[in-house]
Design a protein around this ligand. Structure first.
Ligand code: HEM
Length: 578
């Protein structure tokens, strides 16, 4: 009615009226701002997420696609001194773990194993050209769906939208602790559950929902289309599960909200429409930047048990008689080479047949699947193990060559900005003294010798050896202050920029039309489910139905150690319910 009244009022003003022109212009601006310009998606086209992540933006098809260059967020303007410390010296002085300190919020190793699946879905620096990211910039679970069509084809059976039993794609995962790959396998299994249900229920008359054919035997083309529709819809829904675990379980723990009975979660996908300004953008695409590749190298959080694991794996595949802490870049490539060779490939290839790979320590059954019990044991052990605290001198010694390669890439290949430039970019105060960055006198002493001026601190050691934020209400992760500020912005960019996860009422997004009503309801967090809207427990229980009781704290609160969970539940007065 307000609009009609404005129109009537404007129509009564004389044509040359100054007030009338001004009000008319305001009205036009208001109407223009209602819609996205240009539109962010078309119907029909790219109904499904492309295997390589291309096509998220119809205006920049390659935006965030795999095998494209990393973005840069901050241009480096501050000239760094020519005699920067050697990466090995930097690691030994500022990053190498001096002692294991348990995580102050009681976060379990499993949370960081899950974080590893997130970062490897978005970052896979090419070994041949470190400017290139072989992963897409979307949370598309490429660790097991593959980074391109070729890799995707390897993990698919080609029938009924199903994937091979317990398969993963990214060979980068093979060096990771068993819980990382087990989490990937949980989602692979979830894919097959979703695909089977899609076919079983065969829901939908809406043009956007596939009506799966009952009898396609006599129709080879129909079979191929059926496999494609089931696979791609299941993939979209599975990424929805991944996203929900991120926002309902992972970010809750990161923000320490898991210590309360709050049902709030920081989900950045919804409509935001400030008055007169039009819709706040969504689904416009994203390209991950090199600064964030560095920022997420949370090797200090590796648990004592995972530290043992990486030490053992590096020794197993590396050059005989040499300690991992002494490895060179060449030795590290030997590790990859020997691992991939053992998988049946004569030389390093990103297209291994993933089925032949096993989670170390457990065996596949004759049907190709691992035993549920074995997988659940791996997950529960990672929940029992406390993660490491973020701190300077927190990264396990065996990670030396890995961090050194990261420091070199940041410095020489990417030429990233300094720590202070990154802080300025985030709107944070710049450090003027070393002690503002880290108050430990030993660290100040070393850093001032290595860098002479606080403006010279490079991004890699700057972010990862910064003093950790204490565990407090609203902040449970406890990384350095700069990291803690930046990760939430990055999460918003990653998720809000992804049109397959954000735009409702379009044929290619996370909504009931596209996901089918049944799947959409399955995905909706259950606020009464025992973990304040958490989704991870529900996922574990549906993938391993025989292994958990309905109130198992190992499933419902897997990202905190059992002792921490017990303490939280006791304080909330609900311990007896679990
Ligand atoms: C025992 C556990 C871990 C091992 C063995 C490990 C190993 C590695 C290795 C070998 C690389 C070199 C590049 C590659 O092969 O991808 C790497 C890079 C990286 N790591 Fe870790 N990591 C571990 C835990 C973590 C955790 C907990 C995080 C943070 C969530 C993390 C974040 C990263 C990032 C962001 C990169 C750069 C990836 C790239 O540029 O491709 N890592 N890590």
């Amino acid at each position: 009615m307000l609009l009609e009244q404005v129109v009537i009022m404007l129509s009564t003003l004389p044509p040359n009226s100054v007030i009338g022109t001004s009000l008319t212009n305001t009205l036009i601006r208001f109407l223009w701002a209602d819609l996205d310009h240009p539109p962010v998606a078309y119907v029909g086209a790219n109904r499904y997420r492309q295997a390589d992540g291309s096509g998220n933006s119809p205006w920049d098809v390659q935006l965030g696609a795999s095998h494209t260059a990393y973005a840069r967020s901050v241009p480096p303007m501050h000239p760094l001194p020519p005699n920067l410390p050697d990466p090995g010296t930097l690691f030994d002085a500022l990053l190498k773990r001096d002692e294991f300190v348990p995580h102050p919020s009681g976060i379990s190793s499993l949370l960081f194993n899950f974080a590893t699946t997130i970062i490897h879905s978005c970052f896979q620096t090419s070994l041949a050209d470190p400017n290139i990211n072989e992963a897409s910039s979307y949370l598309d679970l490429s660790i097991f769906y593959g980074n391109n069509q070729d890799e995707q084809n390897k993990v698919r059976t080609g029938k009924l939208g199903l994937m091979h039993p317990d398969v993963v794609s990214s060979s980068r995962l093979f060096l990771m602790p068993a819980a990382v790959t087990t989490l990937a396998v949980v989602f692979t299994r979830n894919h097959n559950l979703i695909a089977e249900k899609l076919l079983g229920i065969n829901e939908g008359d809406h043009p956007d929902v596939v009506k799966y054919k009952e009898d396609t035997e006599k129709d080879p083309k129909g079979l191929v289309q059926q496999d494609e529709d089931l696979f791609q819809t299941a993939r979209l829904v599975n990424c929805g599960w991944f996203l929900n675990v991120i926002f309902q379980d992972y970010i809750r723990a990161i923000l320490n909200i898991n210590r309360s009975n709050s049902l709030w979660s920081l989900v950045p996908t919804g409509v935001i429409r400030p008055p007169l300004q039009g819709p706040f953008p969504r689904g416009v695409g994203n390209a991950v930047a090199v600064e964030f590749n560095i920022l997420y190298r949370w090797h200090a959080a590796i648990s004592a048990q995972d530290e043992e694991w990486i030490e053992m794996e590096m020794k197993k595949w590396g050059p005989r008689g040499k300690q991992p802490v002494d490895y060179t870049e060449e030795d590290f490539f030997t590790v990859y080479f020997n691992m991939t060779k053992a998988l049946g490939e004569s030389q390093f290839s990103p297209l291994l047949l993933r089925e032949r790979w096993n989670i170390p320590g457990i065996k596949r059954k004759s049907d190709g699947y691992f035993e549920d019990r074995d997988l659940v044991n791996i997950l529960s052990a990672a929940t029992k193990n406390v993660a490491g605290a973020f701190k300077a001198r927190g990264s396990p010694a065996a990670m030396r060559i890995i961090d050194m390669m990261g420091i070199s890439a940041a410095r020489s290949t990417w030429g990233t900005c300094s720590l202070n430039e990154f802080r300025k970019f985030l709107g944070l105060e710049q450090f003027t003294q070393f002690k503002q960055w880290n108050s430990d006198p030993k660290i100040i002493d070393i850093a001032s010798q290595l860098y002479t001026h606080v403006d010279n601190i490079e991004l890699f050691p700057g972010l990862l050896a910064e003093e950790a934020k204490p565990s407090m209400p609203g902040s449970g992760l406890g990384p350095g202050y700069t990291v803690s500020r930046a990760i939430l912005s990055d999460a918003a960019a990653l998720v809000r920029g992804d049109r397959y996860l954000t735009l409702p009422r379009l044929s290619n997004s996370m909504n009931a039309n596209n996901f089918t009503v049944y799947q959409f309801e399955e995905l909706t967090p259950d606020l009464e489910g025992g973990s304040f809207g958490g989704v991870l427990g529900k996922l574990f229980m549906r993938v391993f139905p025989e292994q958990y009781s309905f109130n198992s704290a190992y499933a419902l609160f897997a990202f905190s150690t059992p002792a921490t969970t017990e303490d939280i539940l006791r304080k909330l007065g609900i311990k007896q319910q679990y």
